[in-house]
Write a protein of this length. Structure first.
Lengths: 406, 223
């Protein structure tokens, strides 16, 4: 071990002191900065991943629509399902309707789906009733819509489609379609939960006078992450249709999440910067306190770069140990995240935000190696600079002046 | 005739002060031979430490030059020979507080390029020679002033320099311990064949050197 590294370690961790004040406080400062940065980033990643999953589950990996209803949707579904990139293809039709329960009404975005499809994403989001009960006389409602209509599972609602208005214009008495609510879903997307109404596709076609047509297809892909490229390939030969990968469906929303994560990174990084500056200032005072020692090292023949290394390494060691402790702290905090959140909720009231607002059963998280790498690199860089500045100052002094001072 | 181990010619040094440049050394010349002891006496503020710093390369003179015999390199500028050609003993010992006595001495050898094992061995032998064989693993805070100065003497000698520059080595010690340290310093330095330049304001200790000088008004003259 080079002598300056040995001396740097001894100066940071003097023998006989279990928790030397300077090293302990500096390492803890860096660790807290790193942990704040990584906890926020990892939870933000979790929210992003969870939202991405929900987008995919709500809208499919790829949405196929046309300027008009698709004439032979079953044939198209069969053709697309046969493609190696596609896991499954299911038809859907959708349109707005007036939903009513006595004096309460609301605008419903009715979607006709295949209830026999085991991959129907709505199955995951049922919070009351049963998805399997969906048949021609039953309907599944979004939680917000069900509340607006004041209905629960087992209650009945009327659905008025635009096709009924056409019928009225032709002088025929329009009758609403009646359904019994068989399930309520919560997806976490307010716009979906406040308007979603699911009925079998067969019934939708009937109420909307759609015939054998469908409004589109939702595709499940074997590689959802490659949806954009896959959509491009699937679109070849179907110029009349639009193939939208899931990343495009909620592009602004995903961009907002990404932007939010970036902004939080910079805000949290400031904490690490503050920690590094405090290391710099503490190290500066330590260097001034050790001025005579710098002079002694010069009298022993130490080169300037070795004096720089002696103090610079102390900054770097604090950064490295603080980063490692920060990683450990991050893992610990995230392991007990729900307990910590529960404690915060019970302390400050306000209920469970994660469950009430985001509809997540627990705080989501997603570890991303690149976040850890970036946090480590930035921290090491800033603490190295924080150590280097006083080190350069010390090495630049005349030995005779250094020995006279302090 | 013994070899010249230190040669200073026409040294001058002045410091800036509110009243202008304040000359501390004016035309100081000195030659020291291998194995001899030289004392420089002077009142406080006479420039003794400044002269020692110029001789040892811790500071640059405004005029003149210093050459020190470095092992295998001949007479070179003191800056080049720091740690090898010249060793320092300071009034306040200037030991590294976080290192043990053994590590403090070994550090000087490590800085000069010795391996960890040979540095430790050389340090151990010297500390035993200065009577600290039982204090090797003690930190400076656990040593008395006299013991700290013994460690400092061992540190100054560990690289077998041709010149030892001692700046008031007994200044922080009581009379009896000071006398012991002087005995040790003169004995060990002579034993190793090094030259000693001793800066002190003590007439008694200065008298024990083979050649004696007085620094006054920036001029070095024989006592």
């Amino acid at each position: 071990m080079p002598w300056f590294l040995h001396l740097a370690l001894r100066q940071l961790f003097p023998p006989g002191k279990r928790f030397p004040a300077f090293a302990t406080v500096s390492i803890l400062g860096v660790a807290l900065g790193v942990a704040s940065l990584l906890v926020v980033q990892t939870v933000m990643n979790g929210f992003g991943e969870e939202h991405r999953l929900r987008i995919r589950e709500s809208f499919g990996d790829c949405l196929v629509t046309g300027p008009a209803p698709i004439e032979k949707p079953e044939a198209l579904a069969k053709e697309l399902a046969a493609r190696p990139e596609v896991a499954s293809a299911s038809l859907f039709a959708e349109g707005p309707a007036l939903a009513r329960n006595g004096d309460f009404s609301g605008i419903a975005q009715v979607r006709g789906i295949d209830p026999t499809d085991p991959g129907q994403p709505a199955r995951k989001y049922v919070v009351g009733g049963s998805f399997d009960d969906l048949d021609d006389g039953r309907i599944i409602l979004g939680y917000g819509l069900a509340r607006a209509l004041r209905v629960r599972v087992g209650d009945r609602v009327e659905v008025w489609s635009p096709a009924m208005a056409e019928r009225a214009e032709k002088g025929k008495a329009p009758l609403p379609a009646e359904f019994e609510v068989c399930a309520v879903v919560v997806t976490g997307f307010t716009e979906v939960d406040n308007a979603a109404a699911l009925i079998p596709l067969r019934r939708f076609r009937e109420i909307w006078n759609l015939g054998p047509r469908a409004h589109g297809l939702t595709l499940r892909l074997k590689e959802p992450a490659l949806a954009a490229a896959t959509a491009g390939r699937l679109a070849v030969g179907h110029p009349e249709l639009r193939f939208r990968p899931w990343q495009d469906i909620k592009k602004d929303f995903l961009e907002a999440i990404r932007f939010e994560k970036t902004m939080l990174f910079f805000l949290m990084f400031i904490i690490t910067l503050v920690a590094s500056f405090s290391i710099g200032s503490t190290l500066f005072s330590a260097v001034i306190r050790r001025s005579r020692e710098v002079g002694v090292l010069a009298s022993l023949g130490a080169a300037r770069w070795q004096v720089v290394a002696l103090f610079g390494l102390q900054g770097l060691l604090i950064g490295a140990l603080g980063t490692l402790l920060g990683f450990l702290l991050t893992w610990t905090i995230l392991s007990f995240r729900d307990g910590i959140l529960g404690a915060i909720n019970s302390l400050f009231g306000g209920g469970d935000m994660v469950a009430n607002v985001y509809q997540f059963s627990k705080v989501p998280l997603h570890y991303d190696a690149s976040d850890f790498f970036i946090a480590a690199a930035f921290t090491l860089l800033t603490t190295a600079i924080a150590g280097l500045v006083p080190a350069l100052w010390a090495a630049g002094r005349k030995p005779s002046e250094a020995m006279r001072d302090a | 005739m013994p070899d010249v181990v230190l040669q200073a010619r026409g040294l001058a040094k002045a410091f800036a002060s509110p009243a202008g440049r304040l000359p501390v050394l004016t035309d100081v010349s000195l030659e020291v031979f291998a194995g001899e002891s030289v004392s420089i006496r002077g009142s406080s503020g006479s420039g003794k430490t400044t002269l020692l710093q110029q001789l040892g390369g811790l500071d640059q003179p405004d005029a003149g030059e210093v050459r020190i015999l470095a092992p295998g390199a001949g007479l070179v500028a003191p800056r080049t020979s720091l740690g090898r050609g010249v060793g320092f003993v300071f009034q306040n010992y200037q030991l590294m507080p976080e290192l043990t006595a053994l590590e403090n001495v070994a550090l000087a050898a490590r800085v000069a390029g010795a391996s960890a094992s040979s540095a430790t061995e050389a340090a151990r032998a010297l500390l035993v020679q200065v009577g600290l064989g039982a204090r090797l693993e003690h930190l400076p805070a656990k040593l008395s002033g006299g013991e700290c100065q013994r460690v400092a003497i061992a540190r100054a000698l560990v690289n077998r320099p041709s010149v030892i520059l001692a700046d008031e080595p007994t200044g922080n010690l009581d009379e009896r311990t000071g006398a012991e340290i002087m005995d040790l310093l003169l004995g060990v330095v002579a034993d190793r064949g090094a030259a000693l330049i001793l800066v002190t304001h003590s007439r008694e200790f200065a008298e024990r050197a083979a050649r004696r000088f007085v620094l006054s008004g920036g001029v070095l003259s024989p006592a």
